[in-house]
Design a protein around this ligand. Sequence first.
Ligand code: SF4
Ligand code: SF4
Ligand code: FES
Length: 326
Amino acid sequence: MFAAEKLITVPFDVYRYDPTRGGEPRYQHYELRLAPHTPILSGLLRIRDELDPTLTLRYSCRSAICGSCAMLVNSKSRLACHTPVGPEVAEHGRIVVDPMRNQPVLRDLVVDQKPFWTRYEQMDPHLIPDPLRPMPEGRPTQMTPAQVDRFKETPRCIACASCYSACPAVEADPEFPGPMALAKLYRFVVDPRDGAHKARLQKIQTSGLWLCLRCHLCTEACPKDVRPSERIRDLKELAVRAQGGTEPGSRHAIGFMKNIEEAGTLNELKLVRQTSGLSGMVAAAGQGIRLARKKPELLKGPKTIEGIAEVRKLYAALEKDEEVPL
Ligand code: SF4
Ligand code: SF4
Ligand code: FES
């Protein structure tokens, strides 16, 4: 027999917004006595059942599988069915619940997921067979364990949109496909049965791949360890390998890498030329002159750092895909 868990007072401040009644969004305060292990979703459902039947939220499996109960809990993306109340109250003293970001609020905690799913659909998230290598009819197509290993994280995705909500690139640019859509794209780019990986890479190079800010907030937000920012990094690498520097994002990455290999530090002027070419330098001339007046040393370029031999060893190891010497 287990001892009964001591109940604690759990203060909730829940975002409320009902467009049918007009008025501004607001927070509504509720208090419940709950065992610390109680999932936040269970608390919200008790509020709806016992205190306020107008509270609107989305959920289904209550087992961290369907992804529909994703919301902001004390400003962090969480699955409400998988987040206990106790640690949140211990750390923050209360539980502030908000709807996901980057998607319009329909009512209370329910958002319109259309932007998220539209971006996903744009990735053609299904296998496109190669007509020159038709799949064997009536029997499964086999892959080697190493081939499956390349995309082992992406099937864990439950489409909860936590990453989309956390992503500043989505917020800044409606053209950015979002972390989950790009992680899905990666999954098909490295699938040996897919016949469209070159076309997929070509399309994404100019459709938002390089808008990712590499902030890793999507990876922090993901409850299933899909690590979308790492999949985006892999996509960028594959795009550069397949096509070289075909547009400013990839040219910037290549220029950055060469700068560090050469001198161990960045040469800002050179990087502008490598990224945007001579025409880009001319366009940025005014800004460059102002900067050079403030920092004349920029015109000479940076000095090669003392530890450059170590930097080059790291590059050589990475080139051979060896373990990096630390
Ligand atoms: S790493 Fe890229 S995709 Fe992930 S949250 Fe940051 S900007 Fe968005
Ligand atoms: S990648 Fe992670 S955070 Fe993004 S939708 Fe999939 S499971 Fe959710
Ligand atoms: S209700 Fe399905 S993931 Fe929470």
